[in-house]
Design a protein around this ligand. Structure first.
Ligand code: UDP
Length: 376
């Protein structure tokens, strides 16, 4: 069985690493990696290959058009370039993860070429079609032959959209597979200590969603949220390249740098960021993956978005959605958490570090149709 695994953007490397490793344990599976070049910046790509022990890609598409390019340009480039790889390789499966442009583009090229597509992290829905990721999720799920789901909301969403039950498997969360595997190494590296931070005495912030950082008003609001947080405790803020470019464009970088209790950092490697998350008093984020990781680590998370596609992190986990995006609301909730008024939280079912093994088993044995909704 020949599988092409697609990676393009930061969260993809973290999800594909355990999959590729699991596939390699099956002699009958030939597993290759295709990098679409969506994130080419070494801080967003190379460091993850190194830390997650991913082999160099068998195919590297690109280079893409000079940035900034639109999502449509990116999709079109990847479609055309990936089609050539498909023709050369003739794989049995194309495995796509998450909800980025590369997920949809490679899924579509495969489906158009009559090659089967497996979507890992299927079924998540924010209900907000203005998010580019939401369109990627819906379209990728529609064209996929196997859909691997991380939480029960995914099962409900796919059923509601008419995806046949026998294509859908509840397997757990491959991002948590990486976390479980690399947590000891992250602690050994001790980024918190190296940055002279005290565990439990800082707030970690990440933001990069277009709705929060692409328009001046949204980004001013994010800076105000950082200011509000920094009134409580030291803020550690690894800045995503997209956010960095917009902070400069809107003249907000100097305002951020001027706050004495804010440490502005480069985007962090996986091990570094994992350690920063684990020991934060609170995490403020608009990331998808960080909502899940903080739930697993049992670290309080405030999500500054209008909606989440990962409701289990709110229903069961440590996540709270602050949909009004109001700095005063954020400040209030930080105060509550620091005062010890923390919501009870549990780790979601099957987030146990073994999702990739289940996926490999299903792909290899092609155990369909069965009553997959039962999970394991
Ligand atoms: N992450 C990282 N370094 C950082 C910020 C995040 O390694 O400076 C990791 C984080 O632990 C998670 C993933 O990147 O595993 C999330 O990626 P991102 O927030 O870019 O994407 P999203 O999950 O929102 O799609």
């Amino acid at each position: 069985v020949k599988i092409l695994n697609i990676v393009g953007a930061r969260p993809n490397f973290i999800k594909v690493a355990p999959l590729h490793r699991a596939f390699l344990t099956y002699p009958a599976i030939q597993s290759k990696i295709v990098h679409t070049g969506q994130h080419a910046d070494s801080r967003m790509s190379d460091v993850f290959f190194k830390q997650l022990a991913l082999p160099q890609p068998d195919y590297s598409l690109g280079p893409g058009p000079a940035s900034p390019c639109t999502q449509t340009q990116q999709t079109a480039r990847i479609l055309v370039e990936f089609e050539a790889v498909l023709m050369a390789e003739q794989p049995d499966w194309v495995v796509v993860v998450g909800d980025v442009t590369s997920t949809l583009a490679c899924g579509l090229a495969a489906a158009q070429g009559g090659i089967r597509v497996a979507h890992v992290e299927a079924g998540l829905r924010s209900g907000d079609r203005r998010m580019p990721e939401e369109m990627n999720r819906i379209l990728t799920d529609t064209l996929s032959d196997l859909l691997f789901v991380t939480e029960s909301a995914g099962l409900d969403n796919l059923r509601r959209e008419g995806i046949p039950d026998e294509k859908v498997w509840f397997v757990g969360n491959v991002m948590i597979d990486s976390l479980v595997r690399y947590r000891p190494q992250a602690n050994e590296l001790d980024t918190v200590g190296r940055l002279s931070l005290i565990p439990g005495e800082y707030i970690l912030v990440t933001t990069h969603r277009p709705a929060n950082v692409d328009h001046e008003a949204g980004l001013v609001n994010m800076v105000q949220i950082v200011e509000a947080a920094s009134a409580h405790k030291m803020v550690v803020f690894p800045v995503h390249p997209r956010t960095q470019a917009n902070l400069v464009r809107f003249g907000l970088m100097s305002r951020l740098m001027a706050i004495p209790t804010v440490r502005v950092l480069e985007p962090q490697g996986y091990l570094e960021f994992l350690n920063l998350m684990e020991h934060a008093a609170v995490v403020i984020t608009d990331s998808g993956g960080v909502q899940e990781e903080t739930t697993f680590l049992q670290v309080p998370c405030l999500t500054v978005r209008a909606s989440t596609e990962r409701p289990v992190t709110v229903d069961l986990g440590t996540n709270q959605l602050l949909a009004d995006l109001n700095p005063a609301t954020v400040r209030y909730h930080i105060g509550e958490i620091l005062a010890g008024r923390i919501k009870a939280a549990a780790i979601p079912p099957l987030w146990d570090g073994r999702a990739a093994g289940r996926i490999a088993d299903i792909l290899l044995n092609e155990r369909t149709p069965v009553c997959s909704r039962q999970g394991f």
